[in-house]
Design a protein around this ligand. Structure first.
Ligand code: CP
Length: 327
């Protein structure tokens, strides 16, 4: 695996999930794989789970992991080609990326969208410029439109739950992605990415529910059933993934912010005792109620803990690809 920025970079999602679960059983089994290898994790935005799970995963593969919080510690980067850099940006990615490529074997990057200009965000300029100018394997720690490490984790967690439930092994599970209220406009990344991965995985009946005006980009949702009535969508769900996102069409806005869209115990009663998922961080009693977060249907901590195994599976694939290239 040369890069990991989307589901399209994975040829067999089940095989990658199996690999992750093998690491969960035996975290140190490939400790020699990353010997004398170094990953640089560049953060243009905050993180807890992505940063720490990647560090833990790298360590368990015997790699050194160096974190660089560019926004607070580095020079302000320019990404536009032919920019006249007379403003606030100090260093062009064209100059910085090749230097970083000399320090690291893998470059990992977190870069959120600006939510001002849809074309710019959806062009994935920042991560694509790093790929273009670094010339070494690049791992997304969440980009403008996608969060692949989160989505791989989500599939791993769903598969774990399926294997623990004989009824779900026999039939296709119903997975519902539901929009939830929030106090500020959030990126569409997690929802886009979850839709892309569940569609690519293809082993579930997949429903997305949101108020009108919150349609996601069809390139990611194609294959899912879209239902605007949340109660109808939740009926018979086996998994409910809760997430807020801002508008895609009239980009980056909050339209309806109806608190009635928050998932409650009463709504969950219409599901098949659905497992509840969220990528975290979560705004309690805005996005999700205390009763759900602290209740027995929540698998959110299990989901977050699986971030380590997802990162370890992906890093091991990248390291193995380097070894093959060198032979
Ligand atoms: N879910 C997730 O990406 O968490 P962090 O923003 O804390 O990394």
């Amino acid at each position: 695996m040369r890069q990991f920025i989307s589901a399209a970079d994975v040829s067999d999602i089940n095989a990658l999930a199996d690999k992750a679960l093998a690491f969960k059983k035996d975290p140190w089994k490939s400790e020699a794989l990353g010997h004398h290898k170094r990953i640089g994790c560049l953060f243009l935005n905050p993180s807890m789970r992505t940063r720490l799970s990647t560090q833990v995963a790298a360590r368990q593969l015997g790699m050194e992991c160096i974190i660089f919080n560019i926004t607070s510690e580095g020079w302000a980067l320019e990404f536009e080609d032919e920019a006249i850099m007379s403003g606030n940006t100090v260093e062009h990615v064209r100059d910085a990326a090749p230097v970083l490529a000399r320090y690291f074997d893998i470059l990992a990057i977190r870069t959120f969208p600006g939510l001002k200009n849809r074309e710019e965000d959806y062009s994935e300029l920042y991560i694509n410029q790093f790929i273009r100018f670094a010339g070494i394997p690049v791992l997304s720690l969440e980009s403008s439109t996608l969060h692949p490490l989160q989505s791989l984790t989500d599939i791993i967690t769903i598969r774990e739950c399926i294997h623990e439930n004989p009824e779900l092994v026999r039939r296709r599970p119903r997975i519902v992605l539901t929009w939830a209220p929030h106090v500020k406009p959030l990126p569409q990344c997690v929802a886009n990415s979850f839709a892309q991965w569940v569609n690519a995985w293809g082993a579930a009946d997949f429903v997305i529910t949101h108020p009108e005006d919150y349609e996601l980009d069809e390139q990611f949702t194609r294959g899912a059933t879209i239902i605007h009535d949340q109660d109808e969508a939740l009926k018979d769900a086996d998994f409910v993934y809760v997430k807020n996102w801002s508008t895609f069409r009239d980009y980056g806005k909050i339209y309806c912010n109806d608190p009635g869209w928050m998932l409650t115990g009463e709504k969950l009663a219409h599901t098949r005792q659905a497992k509840v998922m969220h990528c975290l961080p979560v705004r309690r009693n805005v996005e999700l109620s205390d009763e759900i977060l602290d209740g027995s249907n929540s698998i959110i901590t299990q989901q977050a803990s699986n971030r380590v195994w997802a990162a370890q599976a992906v890093l091991s694939e990248m390291l193995e690809a380097m070894t093959i290239t060198k032979r």
